[in-house]
Design a protein around this ligand. Structure first.
Ligand SMILES: Nc1ncnc2c1ncn2[C@@H]1O[C@H](COP(=O)(O)OP(=O)(O)OP(=O)(O)O)[C@@H](O)[C@H]1O
Ligand SMILES: [Mg+2]
Length: 399
């Protein structure tokens, strides 16, 4: 295996994930799922592995819908994706053909899809999905919709009403076809931010409260260390000591994206192939990945997205993030708020508490069993401290 940070891997190169894939399958037998996780933790590859290992009588349809710009376009993709599963065993092909005859059609790949008017998308989607019930050979139809929040964000920019209706229509379809239809939503942008913005524009529904939320965590430590070892062996790198794999995996929070990056950076330096690699060399590569102004590890977005995510509360959020980042260990929420509050004395305690919850939900913070919080990922913390030139203080010490 060659390092491939951010690319699409061959199935054999997707390490670990057996537990989450098995859990996905057993949960999908019952209900639809919302996969939540931080960017770059490996959500898309979990979907790939699930798709490859799903039971034969499940039709699993995976599509990245992040670039779709309207509900009608979305419905066209659903029709095209359903076609291979329904064509032979249902009336779907005839229905599609007669709709094309009525409304005119556009050739998309091998298929001619109907040119329905924008207003008809709901009806069309409902009619297309209804054909699932005619195919008894399929036990479950699972749509894996990657980057669904981006699609909603794009639609909501020009037509918030349509984004709201799409969410509601999908929920209604899940109820109507509860015996067979399943959906998996995921993406690099939190769906809760989209729903919150829609609520600011009058949306009143809870569009995903029937779905089970599952978090994709980083790799398990043995899998992360194993991935690194395999990348070393396959690329003729020699480890000075065996414990380098586990130590490196730990300092990368077991996130496979960073592991691929480290090996890729090692290979750039010809000296890596000539002498055994020790932890000092690896640490220098990690430091460069985190500190490089080219942002190769894509960490800059942790700050960039705060303006989008937290709007007019951004300054307070940054203060809270700084307060927690600049503490060497974990600290109580009360201490974190006390530190952040110094600069914003007028903000009420309740608002600080809500902000800290939001930052936890957006994977900046992790709340430990003793109630204290800290950064969830050490890589992000290291970048945050460095990027914002924070001075480090003692655990929990009030400023
Ligand atoms: N199970 C895995 N085994 C090996 N490498 C992996 C695995 N999962 C992810 N990676 C590495 O991490 C990179 C990012 O993974 P992936 O695209 O699945 O993350 P994501 O969570 O979907 O990211 P985004 O939030 O940007 O959509 C991959 O290109 C690959 O280099
Ligand atoms: Mg992805």
């Amino acid at each position: 295996m060659k390092p491939n940070p951010g690319g699409i891997l061959q199935l054999d190169d997707i390490v670990g994930r057996d537990t989450v894939v098995a859990y996905l399958q057993s949960a999908l037998d019952q209900q639809s799922i919302l996969i939540v996780a931080e960017r770059r933790t490996g959500k898309t590859h979990v979907l790939e592995k699930f798709k490859a290992t799903a039971p034969d009588n499940w039709a699993v349809i995976k599509r990245d819908i992040g670039g779709i710009r309207s509900a009608s376009e979305f419905v066209h993709y659903v029709m095209a994706d359903l076609y291979p599963h329904l064509e032979a065993k249902t009336n779907f092909r005839n229905w599609l053909q007669s709709t094309v005859e009525q409304l005119g059609g556009t050739q998309i790949g091998p298929l001619k899809l109907p040119n329905f008017a924008t207003k008809q998308w709901k009806q069309m989607l409902g009619d297309a999905i209804a054909h699932l019930d005619e195919n008894n050979a399929i036990e479950r139809v699972v749509f894996l919709w990657d980057e669904l929040p981006w699609m909603l964000e794009i639609i909501a920019k020009t037509n918030p009403q349509e984004a709201m209706e799409l969410l509601d229509t999908l929920r209604a379809l899940r109820q109507q076809h509860a015996n067979k239809l399943r959906m998996v939503f995921t993406g690099s942008l939190g769906l809760h931010h989209i729903v919150r913005r829609l609520k600011e524009q009058g949306y009143n529904n809870t569009p995903v409260n029937d779905m089970l939320s599952i978090e994709v965590e980083p790799l398990a430590l043995p899998d992360a260390a194993g991935l690194l070892e395999r990348l070393f062996i396959d690329n003729n790198l020699i480890a000075a000591t065996q414990d380098i794999f586990e130590e490196t995996a730990k300092s990368l929070d077991c996130i496979p994206f960073y592991i691929h990056h480290v090996v890729s950076a090692l290979l750039k330096n010809p000296a890596s192939l000539q002498q055994p690699i020790d932890m000092q060399t690896v640490s220098a590569v990690i430091e460069h990945g985190i500190h490089s102004s080219d942002n190769p590890w894509d960490v800059q977005h942790y700050e960039d997205r705060t303006s989008d995510y937290y709007g007019n509360q951004r300054a307070e959020c940054l203060a809270l993030l700084d307060a927690v980042a600049s503490c060497t260990g974990t600290l109580s929420i009360a201490d974190a708020i006390r530190r952040a509050k110094a600069a914003y004395p007028l903000i009420e305690q309740q608002q600080w508490i809500e902000l800290s919850r939001l930052l936890e939900r957006d994977h900046y913070f992790l709340r430990h069993a003793n109630g204290e919080i800290g950064f969830k990922f050490t890589v992000v913390k290291r970048w945050w401290v460095w990027h914002r030139s924070l001075a480090m203080g003692q655990t929990g010490a009030a400023v």
